[in-house]
Design a protein around this ligand. Structure first.
Ligand code: NDP
Ligand code: 2IT
Length: 445
């Protein structure tokens, strides 16, 4: 990191103690920005990095709810409205016991640049709660969502802040959240959330968008190397929304997915993962991935196993932050992996990223590769605003175009800044410049 940027980083760390994931996300972006400040001294003079690294607003609230036995629980809710220079605050909600301010801020910070890369008018935000949805009944999930929205609703709006899903928040949760918003406000405002059900204002392709988009990004990276997905052996971590539709598109484009996982273990199925079964187990029955092995005797379940030790040509981390460390990255590269496309947010530790970059493999960082989800959220907002609903094919074509453009702009920006083939630099610089120009234009507000 160049000296003046390092000083800014140190001040951010001191101002936000203990928020290690936020520090990591900030550091990764700032490490790319030295040459940008040389080309654009006005960004340093106007303190653009400092302004973008300080959230515009942070909301923390109590979420009390009652379980099925009548016992009261208290969780903590968050919404960090990070930056609205390019558009309304936009970003998902995460329900997971690990959630605290540092995680929401890392996600919100990444979201600013990701959303800028989509080329659509959306600012960056993130929210969520340390609530653990695992093992809860539908009624408990509903009561929690209602309590969460009873506070959050006052901060939302079509022209203010539009949340969506993330880990632990999918169609079911968004339904309960929207129901409560509608009840409190007495307004059917479809535009206040994205990722809605198709029958109540949602967009086709939003469910598939993050996974499909990440695969399109990998397709484009491979194209630059005169390679394709056809016949490639892939592994995909996780078995949630992003993982499932990553596996679906990989298979559609001729690749073979041989492993997926959840937080308890890994399924390896050399014949190719049976996606209909994963969908049934995860989307319908809400079971663990270990149950997969009960249905396929030739599949192996590795309890507590490490998916990154399984040899593959393409790896798509689609579970959570820092799931690939330095050792995992070494295993992947050593076993002949040629491309990594991040469906998850910040899934690779800084040491792991360095190993991928030094090895010269195609490495697509999350803020570029997984932008298809939020981009399709913006397409959902467009459809809601015009009271229209587009066909699956039309929406998917738009998603493909957006991902192809994100790939081109990150690739070209990396070249322009003397880091050919380095999509980390490409994504950070292209995203930052877009936001920085808007911040300058809007004045010191
Ligand atoms: P889901 O809740 O649908 O699935 C999450 C998956 O990851 C599950 O298989 C879960 O396993 C696993 N997982 C979650 N936390 C951990 C953990 N701490 N350790 C190990 N495994 C874990 O979430 P999504 O698929 O929506 O999100 C996955 C990733 O993609 C996240 O990083 C998210 O931020 C990112 N993302 C999501 C987008 C979206 O549109 N949904 C858009 C862009 C990025 P288990 O069930 O055992 O917890
Ligand atoms: O990390 C992400 O980009 C998301 N969870 C999706 C955000 C959105 O508003 O669709």
């Amino acid at each position: 990191m160049v000296e003046n940027v390092e000083a800014i980083y140190q001040r951010i760390v001191a101002r936000n103690p203990g928020e290690t994931e936020f520090h990591q996300a900030v550091k990764e972006v700032l490490e790319s920005l030295g040459p940008v400040l040389v080309k654009h001294p006005e960004f340093a003079e106007l303190k653009i990095i400092e302004r973008i690294s300080e959230p515009e607003r942070q909301i923390i609230f109590r979420v009390p709810w009652q379980d099925d036995r009548g016992e009261i629980h208290i969780n903590r809710g968050f919404r960090v409205e990070f930056n609205s220079a390019l558009g309304v605050y936009k970003g998902g909600l995460r329900f997971h016991p690990s959630v605290y301010l540092g995680i929401i801020k890392f996600l919100g910070f990444e979201q600013i640049f990701k959303n800028a890369l989509t080329g659509l008018p959306i600012g960056g935000a993130k929210g969520g709660s340390d609530f653990d949805p695992k093992g809860k009944s539908d009624n408990e999930i509903m009561r929690f969502c209602q309590s969460f929205m009873t506070e959050l609703y006052r901060h939302l709006g079509e022209h203010t802040d539009v949340p969506a899903g993330d880990i632990g928040v999918g169609g079911r949760e968004l339904g309960y959240l929207f129901g409560q918003y509608k009840r409190i406000t007495n307004r059917y405002e479809s535009t206040v959330l994205t990722g809605k059900g198709i029958s109540w204002g949602g967009s086709l392709v939003r469910t598939e968008a993050t996974g499909y988009g990440a695969v399109y990004f990998v397709r484009e990276m491979l194209k630059m190397r005169k390679e394709s997905l056809e016949g490639k052996t892939c592994i995909v971590s996780g078995s949630g929304n992003v993982a499932i539709y990553t596996m679906e598109k990989l298979a559609e484009l001729g690749a073979k997915v041989i492993a997926c996982s959840d937080s308890n273990g890994v399924i390896v199925h050399e014949k190719g993962i049976d996606l209909d079964l994963v969908k049934r187990l995860k989307e319908v029955e809400r079971r663990r991935i270990s149950d997969y092995a009960d249905h396929h005797k030739d599949a192996k379940y590795l309890a507590g196993g490490n998916i990154w030790k399984i040899p593959c040509q393409i790896a798509m981390p689609s579970a959570t932050q820092n799931e690939i460390n330095g050792n995992d990255a070494r295993h992947l590269v050593g076993n002949g992996c040629i491309a990594v496309g991040e469906g998850a947010n910040m899934p690779t530790t800084p040491e792991g990223v360095k190993i991928f970059l030094d090895a010269g493999i195609a490495y697509g960082p999350g803020k570029a590769a997984n932008a298809g989800g939020v981009a399709t959220s913006a397409l959902e907002m467009q459809q809601n605003a015009s009271r229209d609903s587009w066909s699956f094919e039309y929406t998917e074509r738009k998603l493909d175009d957006i991902m192809t453009r994100i790939h081109a702009s990150t690739y070209e920006t990396a070249e322009e800044y003397g880091a050919a083939g380095n999509y980390v630099v490409g994504a950070n610089v292209a995203g930052f410049i877009k936001v920085a120009r808007a911040v300058v234009a809007l004045g010191c507000i």
